[in-house]
Design a protein around this ligand. Structure first.
Ligand code: MN
Length: 284
């Protein structure tokens, strides 16, 4: 089922996320931080959240703006409702994905629709090329049943974006060609995935552990995959426990990145404009 890989990438570096909070006191781990934006271009941020304690998530993310990039929210467990200022709303539940292209601007809220129980998931920020940063805002909710899966005896791969073993994911993007896989492996099982040579790639382990080309990657660690000349993919090998990990890759945009909080543009001037447009009510 899997694509053969003859020159697998090695791990360049292991990263431990930084505990922080965002929104109205939501506890989370920032796995892909600001300092890694050039190294992992076109990805700007990855937050992991997961708690059984309502106090860690109940405040959610009240009304806030975005401009210039895309947010991809993947719920592992829990219920989160989003509403935007243009009147769109949707409910994100276990296994579902929201793909939002902020483009020229949205103002939205992301609030838990539960008062107890587990809330777990990820939010990934994917950059837009300069020519698309002011495009019309767009989003789509994918319930769990709309995410294609490749199932074998020892692995389940949920294909959120890109392609695995000939199965196309829920989303494709021309400029950044993102690959976003949620890989579930039985103990000891392995999985190969083709990766274009120049694409930036990383793996985040959230259950169990992985071996990647001889490097052990523990739970809650991100492995940045090396940019090796001649490499054609990556091989993930589960440890002794059932293992789950995100495998994310994309084509770098190689453009300047100017960020001010929820605005990501190419220049400082465009950031000033975003702030001014937000203050003047032109983002809604
Ligand atoms: Mn948001």
């Amino acid at each position: 089922m899997t694509t053969p890989v003859s020159q697998p990438r090695r791990v360049e570096r292991l990263v431990q996320g930084r505990a922080t909070s965002d929104g109205d006191g939501v506890k989370l781990t920032r796995v892909l931080t600001h300092e890694l934006q050039l190294r992992l271009d076109p990805f700007l941020m990855l937050d992991a959240f997961g708690s059984d304690e309502a106090a860690d998530y109940i405040g959610g993310f009240p009304s806030h703006p975005h401009r210039g990039f895309e947010t991809i929210t993947y719920m592992i467990a829990g219920r989160m409702r989003h509403k935007d200022s243009a009147g769109h709303e949707g409910l994100l539940e276990d296994g579902g994905v929201q793909w939002m292209t902020a483009g020229r601007g949205v103002i939205h809220s992301e609030l838990p629709e539960q008062e107890e129980g587990r809330m777990e998931g990820f939010q990934l920020w994917l950059n837009l090329p300069g020519r698309d940063k002011l495009c019309e805002p767009w989003y789509q909710d994918f319930p769990a049943s709309a995410i294609p899966e490749v199932v074998t005896e020892t692995a389940t791969v949920r294909v959120i974006a890109g392609e695995h073993a000939g199965v196309k994911g829920a989303m494709q993007r021309d400029a950044t060609q993102p690959l976003y896989l949620d890989v579930h492996l039985a103990p000891g099982a392995s999985l190969a995935q083709a990766l274009p040579e120049g694409h930036h790639a990383f793996v985040y382990v959230y259950r169990g552990s992985l071996g990647i080309a001889g490097t052990e990657v523990a739970r809650q660690r991100m492995a940045i995959l090396a940019q090796q000349a001649g490499s054609d993919g990556v091989v993930l090998q589960a440890g002794t426990e059932p293992t789950r990990a995100l495998l994310i890759a994309g084509r770098p945009l190689r453009e300047p990145i100017a960020q001010y909080g929820p605005f990501v543009m190419n220049t400082q001037q465009e950031i000033f404009q975003a702030v001014e447009d937000f203050r003047a009510g032109r983002l809604a």
